[in-house]
Design a protein around this ligand. Structure first.
Ligand SMILES: [Zn+2]
Ligand SMILES: [Zn+2]
Length: 295
């Protein structure tokens, strides 16, 4: 579904988190501390997305590290009576909750402000595929969310993603932290745990927005995808050492490759059979950490 393969594009990979809270909503860390933590953990860019508030990011960017504006906005009702959470990326001014009455109007408003809408944590929100397939104008959904995973084990939303893709709805899949920096003796901290790797010529706001809206990235909370190429109807993938590499497609299509004899694998090849409506790659390491390509 990608128009251009990011693995074949010029440029380099930049690491970023798209969903971050601070003390300006229900996060435990100040904007300054959050930015410092991500920068010192090797991230290149960070969106700060407080609930219904565009946090002041002035002074947070440094050489080689870019902080961008955003906010997280919620609105109901979904099919089951819950709320959609929508992350507005690159939103530069506050939006009032009074000005919209449903999720589609909220996405339209986000777009009218020059920002991009991302459907947050569908599994945690209790959203069904019906809820999401009727939305237009967003760039995709969160397929992994660290805080939802550590809090209530509802971090993964890949079934929602595959349902959308099966129905022909193009949506990019994003791994994010949604960090709130709350933790306890049975809940790890949700910061610097999941990310996207975006391919671009250099780190600028425009390039980041282009990469995330065009799907020029992959998601991970551990493994590295080194390369994905397609030649003569064969998809070849190389990764860091992993236990499983999956080619996921609609319905019964696709194929899974599992490491045998206790030795890890780092490559796999899949011959396109013809029934695939889309194909995406995912790989799992021995600790269950995962990387996901876009379709
Ligand atoms: Zn949320
Ligand atoms: Zn959030």
């Amino acid at each position: 579904m990608l128009l251009e393969n990011p693995f074949a594009m010029e440029g380099r990979w930049f690491k970023g988190n798209l969903h971050t809270h601070t003390t300006n909503s229900d996060g435990a860390w100040s904007p300054d501390k959050v930015a410092n933590e991500y920068r010192s953990n090797g991230y290149d860019f960070l969106f700060i997305t407080d609930h219904w508030k565009v946090t002041d990011i002035s002074g947070l960017s440094q050489d080689g590290f870019l902080v961008l504006n955003g906010a997280e906005l919620n609105i109901g009702p979904s099919e089951l009576g819950y709320h959609y959470h929508i992350v507005a990326l690159n939103l530069k001014e506050n939006i009032s909750s009074n000005s919209v009455s449903n999720a589609q109007e909220l996405i339209n408003l986000i777009k009218s402000k020059g920002a991009f809408a991302l459907v947050a944590h569908p599994y945690w929100s209790g959203l069904t595929v019906n809820d999401i397939q009727n939305l237009d104008g967003h760039i995709g959904i969160e397929i992994f969310n660290s805080t939802c995973f550590f809090c209530i084990a509802k971090g993964h939303s890949v079934i929602h993603w595959d349902d959308l893709l099966c129905k022909g709805k193009l949506a990019w899949g994003f791994a994010v932290d949604d960090t709130h920096q709350h933790y306890n003796d049975h809940r790890p901290i949700d910061a610097c745990n999941a990310w996207i790797m975006a391919k671009m010529p250099e780190l600028t706001e425009d390039n980041i927005m282009n990469a995330i809206s065009s799907g020029y990235f992959y998601s991970s909370n551990g493994p590295v995808i080194h390369d994905i190429s397609i030649q003569d109807n064969i998809i070849s993938v190389t990764t860091s050492d992993v236990k499983i590499i999956n080619f996921i497609a609609n319905a019964h299509n696709g194929e899974s490759f599992t490491a045998m004899d206790g030795k890890p694998i780092s490559s796999a090849r899949y011959k396109i059979r013809g029934g695939e409506k889309y194909i995406r790659v995912e790989c799992f390491d021995e600790n269950g950490k995962t990387a996901w390509s876009n379709p």
